[in-house]
Unconditional design. Structure first.
Length: 136
């Protein structure tokens, strides 16, 4: 059996390092696809608690990059209003645009950190991307 013949939901797990500087934006490539796929869920598991702040907060955006095109939002998580508990998986909000969840061969997924105000320090953690193959 070849990988492209697998059915059901598969997952890839990627480590996301901490960005210890409050106001710093960052970008971490976490996966390059080898086959066409559809993302079905994205989970972030922080290594430590995160206290939300409505004035100074950070956002994580899982962004899909296709060669020759600008980035497309796949999933988001904001720490403007909701806290995170250490070692507790939490679903990121998937894009409401169905086409944003479709991956082409060699697309790259990156976690993009943006800040509002002074931002927040986000601890390291893991990102779990669940997906289904849609063709070769």
């Amino acid at each position: 059996m070849q990988f492209s013949e697998l059915g059901g939901t598969l997952q890839v797990v990627a480590y996301v390092p901490s960005q210890a500087t409050l106001g710093t934006v960052d970008n971490w490539p976490v996966w390059q696809t080898g086959l066409k796929a559809k993302i079905t869920a994205v989970t972030f598991v922080p290594s430590a608690a995160i206290t939300a702040n409505g004035t100074h907060y950070s956002d994580y955006t899982l962004t899909r990059y296709t060669a020759g095109a600008s980035g497309t939002t796949v999933a988001t998580r904001s720490w403007a209003a909701t806290n995170s508990v250490a070692e507790t998986p939490e679903l990121m909000t998937l894009s409401a645009t169905a086409a944003n969840l479709l991956l082409a061969v060699d697309d790259t997924l990156s976690v993009v950190k943006t800040v509002t105000g002074n931002g927040l320090v986000i601890p390291d953690g893991v990102l779990v991307v669940r997906y289904q193959l849609t063709g070769s």
